[in-house]
Design a protein around this ligand. Structure first.
Ligand SMILES: NC(=O)c1ccc[n+]([C@@H]2O[C@H](COP(=O)([O-])OP(=O)(O)OC[C@H]3O[C@@H](n4cnc5c(N)ncnc54)[C@H](O)[C@@H]3O)[C@@H](O)[C@H]2O)c1
Length: 335
């Protein structure tokens, strides 16, 4: 039987790369997006390559009545739920939007799934549920103490999932991403966030002259005084989602797993890597420092590796190379 999945947020950065990879693996994909921060263009591009019978698109909102879509699309075996509002800064300015879109929207999706008898879901969570790292590498048992409504909204959805898991038979894998970077390996599908808060993308855009890049990090206690983060390649990240779907289809137990590389890079290391690969030299004028920056956040990924039989394979260099391909063809991202 064909494996058929629903991907929410399929027009967004991570969801569009996921759609590409699931199609490559032979899945039939039903894509859903309200195009609030995403684009139809990657879907159209992938429909050209794989056919509209393999990739169907619904422009729809998580907050709408989704029953008709789930009824129309029979035999969906699992949902991969990427759709969300995901800017930390915006969530501090407009918390209502985050609790409505991310919490109420997710709850609407999950309850409609249960009504339709679809019980398997892979959920995009975030390391923002932990707040500032009390120790590194951060494992899944680290205290959860979000410092912004975005992280809080994801923590609440994880808790809803856990209750639906124990009371309603929902089967889920919640994946807590660290910092996502890169494009598909061939540069076909990438990141169109405007503006973006994703460092690797912004450094590459700076080097290519698309948009100036400024150092906005405060001095912190790391060897080169710039923050260390765990940058996971978007293809490696999404390959873990494919493994998570297979894990659920094989009857795996509910899980919450970190997705990162287990290693960190400082901001200056990322800048140096981009300089090395492009020959560009940054002046690195300091812009006003972002508030609340912490020194180091790196994932412990042992649980994901063991549960999913997965390991990240792409280096930060691979991510920069895929971004160079993507931005050279799409300097303005998707239109
Ligand atoms: N980018 C990262 O580094 C990162 C890190 C941790 C977690 N995440 C999570 O990964 C997921 C995808 O993030 P992204 O970086 O691709 O963001 P994105 O903004 O590019 O993609 C989100 C997509 O969801 C869609 N969407 C938003 N609200 C919707 C709604 N109510 N109904 C239908 N569609 C809606 C948007 O139009 C967009 O296409 C999010 O859940 C995010 O919280 C991302």
């Amino acid at each position: 039987m064909n494996k058929k999945i629903l991907i929410t947020g399929a027009g967004g950065y991570i969801g569009s790369v996921a759609t590409y990879l699931f199609l490559e693996q032979g899945y039939e994909v039903v894509a859903l997006d309200n195009l609030s921060t995403g684009y139809k263009s990657p879907i159209v591009e992938l429909q050209k390559r794989f056919g509209k019978d393999k990739l169907k698109f619904y422009q729809a909102d998580l907050l709408e009545d989704l029953k008709a879509i789930l009824e129309e699309e029979k035999d969906i075996q699992a949902v991969i739920h990427y759709a969300a509002s995901c800017s930390v800064n915006e969530s501090m300015e407009n918390p209502e939007k985050y609790f409505k879109n991310n919490v109420v929207g997710s709850n609407n999706l999950l309850t409609t799934m249960l009504e339709a008898g679809i019980k398997k879901v892979v959920f995009s969570s975030t390391c923002a549920v932990y707040g500032e790292a009390k120790y590194t590498p951060v494992d899944e048992l680290h205290p959860k103490d979000p410092t912004n409504p975005y992280g809080q909204s994801k923590k609440i959805v994880e808790e809803i999932l856990s209750w639906y898991g124990s009371l309603s038979g929902m089967q889920f894998v919640a994946l807590r991403y660290f910092n996502v970077c890169g494009a598909s390996d061939d540069g076909l599908i990438g990141d169109s966030k405007r503006p973006s808060s994703l460092l690797v993308q912004n450094v590459v855009r700076g080097a290519l002259g698309i948009e100036p890049f400024y150092l906005t990090c405060a001095d912190v206690e790391t060897p080169d005084k710039t923050p260390i983060r765990d940058y996971i390649n978007v293809v490696d990240l999404n390959l873990a989602h494919i493994k998570a779907v297979e894990y659920l289809l094989n009857g795996g137990e509910n899980q919450v797993l970190n997705l990162g590389t287990g290693e960190g890079n400082s901001v200056l290391e990322v800048v140096n890597m981009v300089e090395e690969l492009t020959g560009y030299t940054f002046k690195l004028d300091k812009a006003p420092a972002r508030q609340g920056e912490y020194a180091k956040m790196v994932a412990n990924i042992t649980k994901a590796q063991e549960t999913l039989n997965w390991k990240p394979e792409r280096t930060i260099k691979d991510s920069v190379e895929s971004l160079l391909k993507w931005y050279k063809e799409h300097p303005n991202g998707w239109e």
